[in-house]
Design a protein around this ligand. Structure first.
Ligand code: GDP
Ligand code: IMO
Ligand code: MG
Length: 432
């Protein structure tokens, strides 16, 4: 499986970090290809918890290259903090490489993110306020500052001045903030450059070398299909493309380098921030999912909105990414619910039936989900390590998901720890 893309199929927080960490045991390179520190990935290894925002989820395996690809937007202060945090815990970070072409989140991007949200008022997107949108906007406007610019004081200063110039009016409320001073900002970013220099590399070449010699490269997606800038629930989306197709652009490889695409799907649904969510629950079941699944954001600590599994949305994500396998996570959280509901179609406000995810925003915003009911189970399944250990109802639930998506399930998560996973089919045979 040399080139494997791992992506989220819902609205994020599906447990991608845990799946990437597991699969990284057999990989040479793990490369993030989009997003920034809006992502929050929690990995639990032998009871020890690690939280990553920028560093790829393979870093706990020594000897791997962990690459921050050109498609990522990098806040260097956050990256340095993560590196220091790992060093303190004696995790080897020598394999961490950052693309010289990745764009930098600057202090003014973070300010603009908050300013845009404040301006939207009730219509706010609920961003993570990490400067992601404004940074990608500058990249598209060709006003971005890249990692390589950190290594040349003259260029850096010139580029910051050019990027600031058209933003003067928008930044007026922050005019007194010392972080906006051109000289201070340039000095601060030069210090970051000095600190990051050993990690800066031609990462597209590094991925190519590994793929060319038949080694496994994992392309780690952040966010998820329904937060995709083009295909998600626009405008309630992030500003990058978390779908599998973007892995090539964001890492600098070709489409024929991708052999498999794995979609990570929570056994129910969550969403952070605003936007449509047809299977959202605001009752006791929603509370059960939030409490049982500890559904609070890794990045912002916000309560995640919870709801039933949405098979209409999953089929959409399957198509957009042409998934070859599914990893179902957090199945354990459903234990104790008598009946499980899965959305099989939507009904529009005027009665029309939608078997497929509607492309029109106003339909999606008013659509209600129609469900099929499946029996739940009582048993605690956190100790299950093979499919046979699962109650019949849990196996039927998984079968219903796989049948609806038309994709085989290869991994099943039954708890947060790295070991709390069931390998299925080819995956189980390979591990045996
Ligand atoms: P990501 O952003 O997709 O990597 O997901 P997050 O790390 O933000 O959120 C997933 C949360 O669920 C984390 O706290 C994980 O430790 C946890 N988790 C992952 N897989 C499982 C699972 O199978 N069962 C349970 N109970 N928790 C899980
Ligand atoms: P991981 O990788 C869940 C959401 C925000 C907001 C929208 C836009 O952990 O799955 P942004 O700051 O990106 O401009 O915010 O996207 N969002 C996420 N939701 N998981 C994430 O990442 C997210 N990254 C962004 O809540 O609704
Ligand atoms: Mg997350």
């Amino acid at each position: 499986m040399p080139g494997v893309v791992i992506i989220g199929t819902q609205w994020g927080d599906e447990g991608k970090g845990k799946i990437v960490d597991m699969l990284a045991a057999d990989a040479a390179v793990v490369v993030r290809f989009q997003g920034g520190n809006n992502a929050g990935h929690t990995i639990v290894s032998d009871g020890e918890t690690f939280k990553f925002h920028l560093i790829p989820s393979g870093i706990l395996h020594p000897g791997r290259f962990c690459v921050i690809g050109n498609g990522v937007v990098v806040d260097p202060s956050v990256l340095i903090e993560e590196i220091e945090g790992l060093r303190r815990r004696r995790i080897d970070v020598s394999g961490l490489k950052v693309s010289a072409n990745a764009h930098l989140i600057m202090p003014y991007h973070v300010m603009l993110d908050s300013a845009h949200e404040a301006k939207l008022g009730k219509l706010e997107i609920g961003t993570t306020k990490r400067g992601i949108g404004p940074c990608y906007a500058d990249k598209s406007a060709r006003l971005g500052i890249r990692v390589q610019d950190l290594l040349d004081a003259k260029i850096l200063r010139k580029k910051i001045a050019a990027a600031l110039e058209p933003k003067q009016q928008l930044l007026r409320p922050f005019a007194r903030d010392p972080k906006l001073d051109l000289h201070a900002m340039t000095e601060e970013y030069l210090r970051y450059g000095h600190r990051l220099e050993p990690h800066i590399a031609d990462t597209s070449r590094l991925c190519w070398d590994a793929l060319d010699s038949g080694e496994t490269v994992i392309f780690e997606g952040a966010q998820a299909a329904l937060l995709d800038l083009d295909h998600g629930t626009y405008p309630f989306v992030t500003s990058s493309n978390p779908v599998a197709g973007a892995a090539c652009v964001g890492a600098g490889v070709g489409p024929t380098d991708i052999d498999e695409v794995w979609g990570v799907c929570k056994a129910y649904t969550t969403r952070v921030g605003a936007g449509p969510f047809p299977t959202e629950l605001s009752d006791q079941v929603g509370a059960h999912l939030r409490d049982g699944g500890h559904e609070f954001g890794t990045t912002t600590g916000r309560e995640r909105r919870c709801g039933w599994l949405d098979l209409v949305a999953l089929r959409y994500a399957t198509r957009l990414n042409r998934l070859s396998a599914l990893a179902i996570t957090k199945l354990d959280v459903l234990s104790g619910l008598e009946t499980l509901r899965v959305a099989v179609r939507y009904r529009g406000s005027e009665g029309a039936v939608f078997d497929e995810f509607p492309y029109h925003q106003s339909i999606l915003h008013t659509a209600t989900a129609e469900y099929e009911d499946l029996p739940g189970w009582e048993e605690d399944i956190t100790g299950a390590r093979s499919e046979a250990d699962l109650p019949r109802e849990a196996r039927e639930y998984l079968e219903a998901i796989s049948d609806s998506a038309g994709v085989p399930i290869r991994l099943i998560g039954v708890g947060p720890d790295r070991n709390q996973v069931i390998r299925v089919g080819a995956q189980a045979r390979a591990a045996a």
